[in-house]
Design a protein around this ligand. Sequence first.
Ligand code: GDP
Length: 199
Amino acid sequence: LFAGRVEFLKSAPALKHLPDPDVPEIAFAGRSNVGKSSLLNALTGRKSIARTSVTPGRTQELNYFEVGEPTRLRLVDMPGYGFAKAPPKVVEQWRRLVRDYLRGRVVLKRTLLLIDSRHGVKPVDADMMQMLDEAGVGYRVVLTKADKIKASELEAVTAETIAAARKRTAAYPEVIVTSSEKKMGIEELRAAVLQDSLI
Ligand code: GDP
């Protein structure tokens, strides 16, 4: 499916800009700089369909990508969080947009929560997990940048991340380990996205 049509659709700065809820959606969430754009590019096999924002933490938009012809699913790139220098007003704006989207979007099938392998689950990630739990949105945890750490460290952070996910009601019990750089875990991720879009 990803070998076919993949196109940027629109940026939605508010819920009224969302496309009609007529196609399944899979959302991608994570801290700024977690590697979300790189992973979306690797997933879709495109070089730069998703672009890193120039000023991290500033883009408060849901970026939509369409997959398939006719459209079979939409990928939703959620604004990154945890940007240290973000003013409280920006954080509050982010919270409202993300929370309202998660709570109200009937076609949202699953969220992929990206966690940097080097850092593991941080308090801001736990907050995101809680928002997903509260919204009743099922999610999978995806470790990114797995090429950046040693195999032994990766094993430890994977185990810790699985343990953190298992404490949560809406979390899928397994984690997908990826590296956009080394194209690791990308097929597994594609399979998960396709499977989730059909639920
Ligand atoms: P975003 O802010 O979450 O969209 O993150 P980006 O995709 O822009 O990635 C942030 C930085 O991490 C960039 O410098 C990327 O080159 C780097 N990066 C992303 N994915 C990987 C990966 O799998 N391996 C390595 N080594 N670096 C990565």
